[in-house]
Design a protein. Structure first.
Length: 273
């Protein structure tokens, strides 16, 4: 999600968090003890219990096993959606992301949400009117942080990102925020399942001039697309339209800098670590 938008709170997240807390207390475990047993951070356990973070499938499997929850948490998780902190029009796509096999993203406006730092996310959200309340801002940041767990999901997703160089040269949030963002992008690019390419500022041949796009491959090997604009988003399932998006994305991958050259450019832009 690139900008601010109408959001809906999710009682399902709160209910799951309350149930998790009840099973944890039944097992006479503290949040710290549970975190060690399931190999997650204390902050993640606390965020899920408070209804601020969406539980991922691996998280659910581990708490089910450790807490002997009789399948209750797994059953509840099927009714938990990424609603809190997400724009209404983005929710369907976010749900598809959960089980995606492949995700391809081209962005010419902002750094993709999956690759953002919290400081960059905050700057982006505060820049776009109307300004959110502190509560809304916190929910949106938490939702984006939860989505970023997809980068390390098991089973893994194959990611491809193409980002315009101009987006990085904008320095949203200032010099320090941008420098930290560049370092974060380099770290993400080192993940074995992530391919990050920068579209150079000077590129006379560009297949993406119609705007940002996303493509997703489902476990059934079907492809769907997504396009987003001002306070609106469109899920694209028509096979011909999706095929056109795939052709354009494939062309852009050949027009952008290679992953290695992109990483070198990011290092040059960041400067000394």
């Amino acid at each position: 999600m690139a900008n601010n938008g109408t959001v809906e709170t999710s009682d399902s997240l709160k209910a799951f968090g309350a149930a998790l807390k009840a099973f944890r207390e039944r097992a006479a475990l503290t949040q710290e003890q549970l975190a060690v047993l399931i190999d997650y951070s204390v902050a993640t356990v606390a965020s899920v219990e408070q209804g601020r973070r969406l539980p991922t499938p691996p998280f659910i499997d581990r708490v089910e096993a450790v807490l002997d929850a009789f399948g209750v948490l797994r059953a509840m998780a099927r009714h938990v959606g990424r609603e809190r902190g997400l724009a209404v029009w983005f929710r369907e796509w976010a749900q598809l992301e959960e089980t995606a096999v492949t995700l391809c993203t081209y962005e010419c406006r902002v750094v993709p949400g999956l690759l953002q730092t919290e400081e960059y996310t905050r700057a982006v959200m505060l820049n776009v009117p109307p300004p959110p309340s502190e509560e809304q801002l916190g929910e949106r940041i938490a939702a984006r942080r939860a989505r970023q767990e997809l980068l390390r999901r098991t089973p893994p997703i194959a990611f491809s990102f193409i980002v315009e160089e101009a987006v990085l040269l904008r320095h949203v949030g200032g010099e320090e925020v941008t420098r930290a963002l560049l370092g974060h992008l380099l770290a993400c690019a080192e993940l074995w399942n992530v391919e990050l390419q920068v579209m150079p500022l000077r590129q006379p041949f560009h297949a993406g001039t119609d705007g940002p796009m996303r493509l997703l491959e489902t476990p059934e090997r079907h492809w769907v697309g997504y396009a987003e604009g001002q306070k609106t988003g469109q899920l694209i399932t028509d096979r011909e339209a999706v095929s056109v998006m795939q052709m354009r994305y494939a062309k852009m991958r050949s027009q952008a800098l290679s992953p290695a050259d992109s990483a070198e450019l990011l290092r040059q832009m960041r400067g000394a670590p």
